[in-house]
Design a protein around this ligand. Structure first.
Ligand code: ATP
Ligand code: SF4
Ligand code: MG
Length: 338
């Protein structure tokens, strides 16, 4: 059997982003930490792909590696594998070509709306500066363009808001402005890493809805990262479930919600509040996610898995991602038992 089977590839023209066998190692004092362990997936134009998993499962590191941004935030990260965007090998591009792609075709929205802004520059100017139009349009046209963007992301009073500084914006408004910046150049792919985690619950759903609407309007695909499978269930077309740096399950959201074929996904789903039941406490998956100092030979979920039953195969053999339903894939040796 192939070590790491992947989804049957959509044809090249259907694929916007293709990630193959992506792995990230950090050289630390205690040894090498494998944060992302040979993951593969595709993103098609216009679709919303959700990446879900507990803290430390490699969600952020994997997308930073795709964008070649890891070494901006850290040193000593080693990345292997292949990433293609519209067929272009991103790891073979020059730094300049990569910056052009990041500023225009692929944009990133971070979790924390405060640290993403320069504190002493007006928000309007910061959005204007990333805009490609900035280079070619007259200044008052650029401003009009930015005010139009503000309007499209529901920032009231764009003229006034343009002049304001980050501290004059609420968290939700800052995140709306971040979305304006992300769509300023009509990207083909937006990557949003926990874009609403730092916001109040009521604001969270508004910002998520905005993200869905603006990406639908501009035709951009969206990779949405969340530790909350409820958010992914609401938003995504397809879901990728990560654990211990690996993909555990992948498939269309409705299918995975109704008939997950992986014990880890089932655990995440069990922690969703049931609409028809009132629960005083949410069930959680017992145990803690692994620190992958050595990529485990077997299944990383084994120590916490209710289905493993001390079976040797779970401890010794890496489960590859195998097809378990129409367009659905599971990295569990025993998914047939679910
Ligand atoms: N700069 C770094 N140096 C060393 N280890 C790192 C670094 N960044 C991340 N890691 C480790 O890599 C692993 C994956 O981290 P990552 O941030 O991708 O997780 P995550 O799934 O995004 O979690 P969260 O939900 O908390 O954001 C973790 O074990 C983390 O400690
Ligand atoms: S391979 Fe074994 S340990 Fe891993 S999820 Fe399946 S049953 Fe559990
Ligand atoms: Mg993260």
């Amino acid at each position: 059997m192939k070590e790491h089977a992947v989804s049957p590839s959509p044809t090249a023209e259907q694929t916007l982003l293709s990630v193959r066998d992506l792995a990230v190692d950090f050289e630390l004092e205690g040894g090498v930490l494998r944060a992302v362990d040979r993951i593969s997936y595709d993103v098609r134009p216009g679709e919303i792909v959700g990446i879900v998993g507990e803290s430390g499962s490699g969600k952020s590191v994997s997308v930073l590696a795709v964008l070649r941004l890891l070494n901006v935030y850290t040193t000593g990260a080693s990345v292997t594998g292949e990433v293609r965007f519209e067929g272009r090998d991103l790891f073979a591009l020059t730094a300049k070509q990569m910056r052009e792609i990041r500023g225009k075709d692929i944009t990133l929205i971070f979790q924390d709306p405060s640290s993403s802004w320069h504190p002493v520059l007006r928000i309007g100017r910061q959005v204007a500066e990333v805009s490609v139009a900035h280079d070619t349009m007259r200044p008052n046209r650029v401003r009009e363009h930015v005010e139009g963007l503000f309007e499209s992301v529901g920032i009231p009073n764009p003229r006034v808001r343009y002049e304001q500084y980050p501290h004059e914006y609420s968290g939700g408004m800052k995140q709306r402005a971040m979305i304006a910046m992300a769509i300023a150049n009509k990207p083909k792919l937006v990557i949003a890493d926990e874009p609403t985690t730092a916001l109040d619950v009521t604001i969270q759903s508004q910002v998520l809805e905005l993200l869905r609407n603006v990406t639908a309007d501009t035709g951009a695909a969206l990779i949405l990262i969340s530790h909350d499978i409820g958010v992914i269930a609401e938003m995504a077309d397809r879901v990728i479930v990560m654990y211990g740096g690996r993909v555990m399950e992948e498939g269309p959201v409705e299918q995975v919600l109704v008939s997950s074929r992986h014990p880890y996904t089932k655990g995440l789903l069990a922690s969703l509040p049931q609409i028809d039941k009132t629960m005083s406490r949410l069930p959680t998956i017992p145990g803690a996610p692994p620190q992958m100092f050595q990529a485990s030979a077997g299944c990383p979920f084994e120590p916490r898995c209710g289905l493993a039953n001390d079976r040797e195969r779970c401890r010794e053999e890496r489960p590859s991602l195998r097809q378990c339903g129409e367009d659905q894939f599971s990295a569990c040796h025993f998914f047939e038992e679910l």
